[in-house]
Design a protein around this ligand. Sequence first.
Ligand SMILES: C[S@@+](CC[C@H](N)C(=O)[O-])C[C@H]1O[C@@H](n2cnc3c(N)ncnc32)[C@H](O)[C@@H]1O
Length: 209
Amino acid sequence: MLSPRLQAIATLVPKDSTLVDVGTDHAYLPIYLVENSLVKKAYATDISPQVIKFTKENIANHHLSNQIKVYVADGLKDLDFTYDTVVLAGMGFFTIQRILKESLTLPSTLIIECQSKLAELRLFMHNLGYKIAEEVVIWDKFYYAIIKYQKGKETLTEAQILFGKSNNILYFEDLKKKYLKIYTQSKQAKYQKYLLLLDEIIEKKSVAK
Ligand SMILES: C[S@@+](CC[C@H](N)C(=O)[O-])C[C@H]1O[C@@H](n2cnc3c(N)ncnc32)[C@H](O)[C@@H]1O
């Protein structure tokens, strides 16, 4: 069974896609997607040869060695097969940014679960030519934002760049608590503005419910 975080990522993978799970670690995600016939093809890659040993063992234990190809690779730059969907999960913004900047071919769909600097990520993806197709925030001991990107242009408001496009009101309320604490200590105008933007989001999303 997948963790709630990986399950939420799996739900965003387009049916019958050819997927690369970059930084796959134990390959839990491609194993689940292949076992449930949710993708046409799955590749599992990781930068670490040590990690890949366990990846291969895990895939073999599920009798999927013929179906999930495994590669040691830094991001997408050395992959010489075609794919349409890429998952980048459990990595920080700078790693994700470098991987995408160095990639010669960018996929039509990218599913990103980034563990730092979400506002910087949203701005970077916007400038790279991607739009947010869907964003979900789930609780799995922490809040995780998972963003499904597709190639295209969109207009993002400042609030959407800062706090995303999910509908998770509890998440926005949690952010409000965090920024209230920071504002109370720092008195910086920037955080006061964040609090106003979060109030607006919570009000709009509550009415829309
Ligand atoms: C915290 S694990 C996340 C595993 C899995 N994606 C998940 O979300 O549960 C991060 C993995 O990314 C791999 N990684 C880090 N930088 C990478 C890169 N540039 N290219 C490929 N894999 C990378 C690490 O070796 C590690 O196995």
